[in-house]
Design a binder for this molecule. Structure first.
Ligand SMILES: NC(=O)c1ccc[n+]([C@@H]2O[C@H](COP(=O)([O-])OP(=O)(O)OC[C@H]3O[C@@H](n4cnc5c(N)ncnc54)[C@H](O)[C@@H]3O)[C@@H](O)[C@H]2O)c1
Length: 330
């Protein structure tokens, strides 16, 4: 890539976004972060990027960041996390739909390429795993707020493809599968297990812990994202960006416990009692990643154990993160 390429990262202050920004800066990009959060909490390295505070729901603010001269927009801004889908379904839908539309409009005017962050959740609860990119979506009732996220991300994908079709916008979609790593809010599978284990709290698994996930180390997710933003073969395409190894939640809990010194018990939680009827989990969530391998040359390279070890090492040296309140159950 040319050292003068200019990338805008919406949601660049978040978990995946901040790793992406760091990597783009390393690669010599000029980077602008567009995020509701300002740079106050960012590491010194990330402050090398220009920060434009704003909300993707506001078209004028988006246009202030996505202007002529911008080469690529990585659109990651979103409300993320099951706790958030249940608490803020209106924001979830609005930011995914209106926010994405604003980003696509601005990119179209600026003549910039777009990579949109989507999710394995667009496949919903399709039982026919592994999921290839063009497999069906099987989503639950709109009466359950839990589906607001996957549904609105799928709609945002439709918007992106529609801009490609009707306006010729160069756009690609990356669907992440359970990314984890340093810096993630302690409200997700790995981050919460590590946070609890290092704080001496019992680990919790839901409903027996036999659900499976293909965890993706954040560094791999970032490499897949940049490949989607640079490869000519990526244009007009969606890619599953996910790990190869299917692990049960119970196995991940046990591995985290081992890597943190086997100090805490593992408790099983009945989600029906704890989270109520609007909560619904997925049994297996498995990507078929052959398309990303064949078109982008991308594969998830970090073994689960190594990714977890790196996350635990980072967490041990992050007192501010360890002091965050525990999010979720008990
Ligand atoms: N983490 C995962 O495992 C995962 C899985 C699938 C998809 N994704 C997608 O990847 C992207 C990044 O996820 P993440 O895990 O880094 O989440 P995150 O919550 O850490 O980061 C999201 C960022 O977006 C910003 N943001 C939220 N609303 C905004 C708005 N209205 N305007 C501007 N900025 C706003 C937040 O301030 C935050 O910095 C999201 O689009 C998410 O849907 C993540």
């Amino acid at each position: 890539m040319s050292g003068t390429s200019h990338a805008v990262v919406t949601g660049g202050g978040g978990f995946i976004g901040s790793h992406l920004v760091a990597r783009l800066l390393e690669e010599g990009y000029r980077v602008t972060v567009f995020d509701r959060a300002d740079s106050a909490g960012a590491s010194p390295a990330l402050r090398e990027a220009a920060w434009v505070p704003g909300d993707v729901r506001d078209p004028a603010q988006v246009e202030g960041a996505v202007r002529r001269g911008v080469d690529v927009v990585y659109h990651l801004a979103a409300v993320v996390g099951v706790d958030q889908y249940l608490a803020r379904p209106l924001d979830v839908v609005d930011i995914n739909f209106t926010g994405t539309r604003n980003v696509l409009e601005a990119a179209s005017r600026a003549n910039a390429r777009v990579v949109m962050a989507s999710t394995s959740e667009v496949f919903g609860k399709n039982p026919a795993v592994p999921w290839a990119e063009d497999d069906d979506r099987v989503l639950g009732t709109t009466a359950k707020a839990r589906w607001s996220y996957g549904t609105s991300k799928a709609l945002a994908e439709h918007l992106a493809f529609a801009f490609a079709h009707q306006r010729g916008l160069p756009v690609s979609i990356v669907r992440y599968f359970n990314a984890f790593g340093p810096g993630q809010r302690p409200a997700y599978l790995v981050s919460r297990l590590v946070h609890r284990a290092l704080n001496g709290l019992p680990l919790t698994v839901y409903d027996g812990g036999q659900q499976t996930r293909c965890l993706t180390f954040v560094g791999d997710a970032v490499e897949g994202t940049i490949a989607a933003g640079t490869s000519p073969a990526a244009l007009g395409e969606a890619f599953n960006i996910g790990g190869h190894k299917e692990s049960t939640v119970a196995e991940v809990a046990s591995l985290v416990n081992e890597l943190t010194g086997d100090r805490v018990p593992v408790h099983d939680v009945d989600t029906g009692k704890l989270l109520g009827a609007s909560y619904e989990d997925l049994g297996r969530r498995i990507p078929d990643t052959r398309k990303a391998r064949d078109l982008l040359g991308w594969e998830c390279r970090t073994p689960l154990r190594e990714g977890l070890s790196r996350t635990v090492a980072w967490a041990r040296s992050s007192p501010d993160w360890l002091a965050l309140p525990d999010t979720g159950a008990e």
